[in-house]
Design a protein. Structure first.
Length: 142
């Protein structure tokens, strides 16, 4: 079930690569309006990159729905009631999902996570993201 999520992430990355390729080929450009980066393109690479990004976001959006369908594969119907096969198995181990993220509102970061390590990873990812955007803007304007 994680294949849908991974495919969505790969499509987004491939779309970003195609957008950068169109910019470096001269088929498009980039600008910053207020604080938002804007990419525009006149060629096939930019159009294909945009389509891949939207399709990847769609796959990421529906991946929890597909994962929830997988939860009910181990459920059987018996005597008009549902019995969960996982509850019968005593060796079932509960896994706690870990999460972390960063929200940038202008220059102000809001970092959150389920534990310290996840918040630290989110902060490192946010710093890398900001540095990569700054590097990209410097390359465009030099």
């Amino acid at each position: 079930m994680k294949m849908v999520r991974n495919t969505g992430a790969v499509l987004i990355l491939l779309g970003i690569v195609l957008l950068f390729w169109s910019i470096f080929n001269g088929e498009g450009g980039a600008a910053i309006i207020i604080i938002f980066p804007v990419f525009y393109s006149y060629g096939i690479y930019g159009a294909l990159g945009t389509v891949l990004i939207f399709f990847g976001i769609f796959l990421l959006f529906i991946s929890p729905l597909i994962d929830s369908v997988g939860m009910y594969e181990n459920t059987i119907v018996s005597n008009n009631r549902y019995e969960n096969l996982e509850m019968e198995n005593e060796n079932t181990v509960e896994r706690k999902e870990k999460y972390g993220g960063i929200i940038l509102i202008g220059p102000i970061p809001i970092i959150f996570g389920s534990d310290k390590n996840q918040a630290k990873y989110a902060a490192i990812g946010g710093i890398l993201l900001i540095l990569s955007v700054m590097l990209f803007v410097m390359i465009l304007y030099l």
